[in-house]
Design a protein around this ligand. Structure first.
Ligand SMILES: Cc1ncc(COP(=O)(O)O)c(C=O)c1O
Length: 379
């Protein structure tokens, strides 16, 4: 094997994302024992900075779970939904569907409220479903990565609570890219991961847990072992993970979260994402026949889904455009495969996505859009 054959592409997909040089270098820092005081040298700041980036209010606890975003979502379902209860999974795309599948695959009684791809959650339909289903728990996706829709989680959480349901939020693809509004939204649990807007490798799910979720978990008899949020939080109180962590990733996390909080600044990071969103959306508006896919007013600051004009198929996006962009040194995102296949089968035009998350800069976006525009012109 020749590792020199591994391409170092500029990643414009929706995760994993480009890793800065300093963070790559931090991957070569020494291993350490996760039950040793060396762990604290990394984790005191990691846990403090995660709270700052989330803007999480007092009373919430944070834990790192080995795995990824789905692992954290699965822990939320196993720990917070009893077998005699129903969970309502609100879905606006593939990742809302994922929360529903996780619920069903864990044997829970689960109902899905599904909105059309590209649409955001509509509150009147949520209200109607809450009255009909009377769920104990509601799940919702903050940033739907398959369609580029950003949901108003504050409104959904408030509505769920009014109907006596615990709100759980999947924030896998948005944490670190915008103000999450958690003090207002107050989800019982917010699940996220390292490999998206934090611009780190994958390896941990990250859970923010309210006290009410821990109280509820006490009433759920079978929560599993690694999927038990009480066990997870118990270990996190001493700044450790329940099971052996990837210490390379912890080294990288310590460096990257310190950079986000103390060098770039959280507000500046959010403003950079908002700027890139505006750049990409303006560029799309200028491309003849191309359209922004997500509903206006609910578009993501960290990624954009673009509907192509008639005549450009998913196969062309995947096999032609993607390969041409690779030759230029980029990893192009030809859209969420299952969604594009379904849309084409229904006679609808496919979408591609532009990830502008993590440590991607406006200059990088400008260069990318220029080159992508040239290639679109050649199709
Ligand atoms: C919104 C959302 N939820 C959940 C997931 C699943 O997360 P993971 O791949 O980290 O398990 C993803 C991954 O892309 C996602 O974008």
């Amino acid at each position: 094997m020749k590792t020199s054959d591994f391409a170092d592409l500029k990643m414009f997909i929706t995760g994993p994302t480009m890793i800065r040089k300093e963070v790559r270098q931090a991957g070569a820092l020494p291993e350490f024992g996760h039950r040793d005081k060396e762990n604290d040298k990394r984790c005191v700041s990691i846990f403090r900075n995660l709270r700052k980036i989330a803007g999480v209010p007092e009373g919430y606890e944070v834990f790192l779970i080995n795995g990824s975003g789905s692992t954290c979502m699965e822990a939320s379902i196993r720990s917070l939904v009893r077998d005699d209860e129903t969970v309502l999974n609100i879905s606006v795309g593939a990742f809302g569907d994922l929360y529903h599948n996780i619920s069903k695959n864990n044997g829970k009684q689960a109902e899905m409220l599904r909105f059309d791809n590209g649409s955001a959650v509509e509150l009147c339909r949520v209200r109607e479903a809450l009255e009909r289903v009377r769920p104990a728990v509601v799940t919702v996706t903050h940033n739907e990565t398959s369609t580029g829709v950003l949901n108003n989680i504050t409104a959904v959480c408030e509505l769920a609570r009014k109907h006596g349901a615990l709100p759980l939020v999947d924030g896998v693809s948005i944490f670190g890219g915008m103000d999450l509004d958690l003090p207002q939204a107050r989800p019982a649990m917010y699940c996220t991961a390292t490999q998206k807007c934090l611009a780190l490798p994958a390896g941990f799910g990250i859970g923010f847990v309210a006290k009410e979720a821990l109280d509820k978990a006490e009433t759920v008899p079978v929560r599993g072992h690694t999927s038990d949020i009480i066990r997870q939080v118990g270990k996190a109180r001493s700044l450790q993970s329940l099971t052996t962590p990837n210490t390379t990733l912890l080294n990288q996390m310590a460096v990257q979260l310190d950079y986000i909080v103390n060098e770039e600044g959280i507000e500046n990071r959010f403003a950079r994402h908002a700027k890139m969103q505006a750049m990409v959306e303006n560029w799309v508006r200028k491309q003849d026949g191309f359209e922004l896919f997500a509903q206006e007013g609910y578009r993501s600051p960290v990624m954009t889904a673009v509907r192509v004009p008639e005549g450009i198929s998913f196969a062309v996006l995947k096999d032609v455009l993607k390969e041409r962009m690779r030759e230029r040194g980029y990893l192009f995102d030809p859209g969420y495969g299952k969604l594009n296949k379904e849309m084409e089968a229904a006679g609808e035009r496919p979408i591609f996505r532009i990830g502008h998350m993590g440590d991607i800069t406006p200059d990088m976006v400008e260069e990318y859009l220029e080159e992508l525009g040239e290639e679109l012109g050649r199709l």
